[in-house]
Design a protein around this ligand. Structure first.
Ligand code: GLA
Length: 379
């Protein structure tokens, strides 16, 4: 299925891990609507690992855990669809999922049929417990064909954590998005490491197959399943930088916090129209990294947008205040051109410029980001 834009939604893993149930999924679907997240563009409600029994049924099919999902998956899909949302599920290319539940290895076509019967619209497909001599690309291609053979539009969301040079082959093997990184945890170190790791991979991302930088940790504040506790958690400023980076890279945006209990800061960040417009920009051009210091502690990026516009962003990954002076010649604008960039800060609305030869970025606090929308105007 063609993913024209990066998919947006919610996934159970980051906060809930194995503590999932149909009540949680229903309440989450309701919250998607009541919070306005659905109307802001978030569409998929995705159940991650741990939804089934530990063994397949006598019919060879994966059986939902009746304690967690007593009404079954079809009823849950109907509930989700009735709210104008789409339903995502999870399986694994190996013999078992990462948490030890049945994987789809050598059951791919049966499982795809089961998912289609249930009304599934999106399948996250993990990579744990792959038999040693099996070839990863073949297994992803097999599931892509199995899903297609059902006749139902189902996004294949590949998840092999960026291994095996996946960016080189995954588009040709049928996935609609693919994890281009290891797992995120709820800490600025993890956010920074993922963002930096994409700098030489992001050119592979685009309509049809987007790089997936993993689910969002915005609003988790160290609660939940991915690196909570003392070493985890971020400030609102750090969550804003995280969200802005994922949008500038046009990653899928899968909310990972508990949306039944959102505070105002998180909700307004997740609904930030300017950032969502960048994430969903139809030209889907990756940023150019044109300015920064050699350790990539401070990075400047420039991005073509549709509608004749551009974006600039400057991020401070370091733990100290930082400034940056960027030569616009490094993106091709010479001072003789007679044109300059007029900027508007998307967080404050402040306008500046036009700038034609260099741009002095105002000082950035540690872990802060500035994002501008830009137009090229005659001087
Ligand atoms: C892997 C994936 C995670 C999550 C877990 C579930 O680690 O990368 O996103 O799905 O498995 O067990």
């Amino acid at each position: 299925m063609l993913t024209r834009r990066p998919p947006l939604g919610w996934n159970s893993w980051n906060t809930f891990g194995e503590n999932i149930s149909e009540d949680l999924i229903r309440e989450t679907a309701d919250a998607m609507v009541s919070t306005g997240l659905r109307d802001a563009g978030y569409e998929y409600v995705v159940i991650d690992d741990c939804w089934s029994l530990r063994r397949r049924g006598a019919d060879g099919k994966i059986t939902p855990d009746p304690k967690k999902f007593p009404s079954g998956m079809r009823a849950l899909a109907d509930y989700i669809h009735a709210r104008g949302l789409k339903f995502g599920m999870y399986s694994d290319a190996g013999t078992k999922t990462c948490a030890g539940y049945p994987g789809s290895f050598e059951h791919e076509f049966t499982d795809a049929e089961t998912f289609a019967e249930w009304g599934v619209d999106y399948l996250k497909y993990d990579f744990c417990n792959k038999p040693y001599l099996q070839n990863g690309p073949i297994l992803y291609n097999r599931m892509a064909m199995a899903l297609k053979s059902t006749g139902r539009d189902i996004v294949l969301s590949a998840c092999n954590w960026g291994s095996d040079n996946v960016e080189r082959w995954i588009r040709s093997h049928g996935a609609g998005i693919y994890r281009s990184t290891g797992d995120i945890w709820d800490s600025f170190v993890s956010i920074r490491d993922i963002a930096r790791s994409q700098m030489d991979k992001i050119a592979y991302s685009g309509p049809g197959c987007y790089n997936d930088m993993d689910m969002l940790v915005c609003g988790m504040y160290s609660r939940g399943n991915v690196g909570g506790g003392e070493r985890g958690g971020c400030t609102d400023l750090e969550y804003r930088t995280h969200f802005a980076l994922w949008c500038l890279y046009q990653s899928p945006l899968m909310i990972g916090c508990d949306i039944r209990n959102l505070n105002e800061a998180t909700l307004s960040l997740l609904k930030n129209r300017e950032l969502l417009a960048i994430d969903q920009d139809e030209e889907a051009r990756p940023p150019i990294f044109f300015c920064g210091n050699s350790e990539s502690n401070v990075v400047g990026m420039f991005k073509h947008l549709s509608g004749g516009e551009y974006a600039f962003a400057f991020v401070n990954y370091s733990d100290r205040d930082a400034g940056l002076s960027c030569e616009l010649f490094d993106i091709g604008l010479s001072s003789q051109a007679g044109y300059g960039f007029a900027l508007r800060d998307i967080f404050t609305g402040e306008e500046s410029g036009p700038f034609s030869d260099y741009f002095n970025v105002p000082r950035l606090a540690p872990h802060d980001i500035r994002v501008y929308r830009a137009k090229l105007v005659k001087m």
